[in-house]
Design a protein. Structure first.
Length: 389
């Protein structure tokens, strides 16, 4: 009898152990929107440390990314392979393909297109890379959420390959059902989790993408692709592109030029939502907005010397602060306050006619002065300057 009890208990223990060792499986879909526009939708599947993504991008035309790979146990990438194609022309219409392998303390990333190929190597493990495209970048959080630390306040650190260099990438547990995930280039995404730790929603407002994501059930992705290709053939889509532009003026012998990227409203609530209050804003899109001066300017008597600077602002419901930063050539989300050179309060006004595109202006004011301003949506912010102290 004791033998039966012993073997019965042993069998139960082995069954429990085997069950505990079964890899968790999480699968579902994620759909991203930019204001009223759906920008991408796709399926994710994480089975233990093996994963797959199929992503349907919708701007300006439909294209599909398919990839699969294996994580290390901490969520860093061990192997990955994938490709992107135009479904309107068939799966053989390759746009680009890529592989990632980690070996000998090095991450190797190979990318190929019909006309060129490259292999780059980095002496780090990574969780993210720009090499596979923006939509792959923002779908990875659906997988990486499962490698977040368990304790509130703890962080997991890795790397994000952007602009051919390794930037710090972080996943931080901020609440029982909330994570912060991202890098200085991506910006920090807020990930909302369900009670089982699966992804429920993504808040990317204030990041490089300014998108929102919602998780759902696993999709019949072939039907999604077919429906979007059919829609594309019947209705052209406007590309969600931030228009590069510049404005320049010469005032009293001072040459002033501002280069910036112009985001559009696209039916969104801009200030207080797309541009959150009381946080640093790149005051444009993509790379940081830049100003070039061949001679000094003076703001409220404070000198801004000859040279190039990046421009940032801090919007609040009661006013804006204009910031000139000594790091001119940076991505717009990489603001470092240690390099802030000058901070100036701005004058605010409400526009009678909303501005769809962010618009900078430089105009003359008085005998030796001028005004730098920008308008977007329903607001205009201005700062006066002089060319002499």
């Amino acid at each position: 009898m004791r033998i039966k009890i012993f073997f019965g208990g042993l069998l139960l223990h082995l069954c429990i152990l085997a069950s505990a060792q079964q890899p968790h499986r999480f699968k579902g879909s994620l759909t991203y929107t930019l204001g009223p526009d759906t920008t991408a939708t796709g399926n994710f599947d994480l089975n233990g440390n093996e994963f797959a993504l199929t992503i349907v991008s919708m701007s300006p035309g439909v294209n599909v990314s398919k990839l699969k790979g294996i994580f290390f146990s901490d969520g860093q990438l061990m192997r990955l392979q994938g490709f992107n194609y135009d479904p309107a022309k068939g799966q053989d219409s390759l746009i680009y393909a890529y592989t990632l392998t980690y070996a000998r303390d090095t991450t190797f990333i190979e990318t190929k297109s019909p006309t060129r190929s490259s292999i780059r190597k980095y002496p780090v493990k990574i969780m993210e890379t720009n090499a596979f495209g923006g939509d792959v970048l923002v779908f990875m959080p659906a997988l990486l959420a499962h490698f977040a630390p368990k304790k509130i306040g703890d962080s997991v650190l890795s790397s994000h390959i952007a602009f051919n260099s390794a930037r710090k990438f972080m996943i931080k547990k901020t609440d029982s059902q909330k994570l912060q995930l991202g890098s200085a280039v991506m910006g920090m995404f807020t990930i909302l989790l369900d009670k089982n730790g699966g992804i429920q929603a993504v808040d990317g407002i204030g990041t490089s993408f300014n998108i929102k994501g919602k998780a759902g059930a696993y999709l019949n992705i072939d039907s999604v692709i077919a429906a979007n290709v059919n829609h594309q053939r019947q209705h052209s889509r406007l590309a969600i592109i931030n228009k590069l532009d510049s404005v320049k003026a010469t005032i009293n012998g001072v040459d002033i030029k501002i280069e910036y990227s112009r985001p559009s409203v696209r039916g969104r609530v801009i200030f207080g939502e797309v541009v959150p209050w009381n946080r640093i804003w790149r005051t444009g899109a993509d790379a940081a907005t830049k100003i070039y001066l061949n001679k000094p300017l003076y703001f409220s008597g404070k000198e801004l010397p000859t040279g190039a600077y990046s421009i940032f602002t801090i919007p609040t419901p009661t006013g804006f602060t204009l910031i000139f930063n000594k790091q001119a050539n940076i991505w717009g989300t990489e603001h470092n306050a240690d390099y802030d050179f000058l901070k100036i309060p701005m004058q605010m006004q409400t526009l009678n006619r909303p501005a769809e595109l962010l618009t900078f202006e430089i105009v003359t004011a008085g005998a030796n002065g001028g005004v730098i301003s920008f308008s977007w949506d329903k607001l205009k912010a201005s700062a006066g300057f002089t060319t002499q102290a």
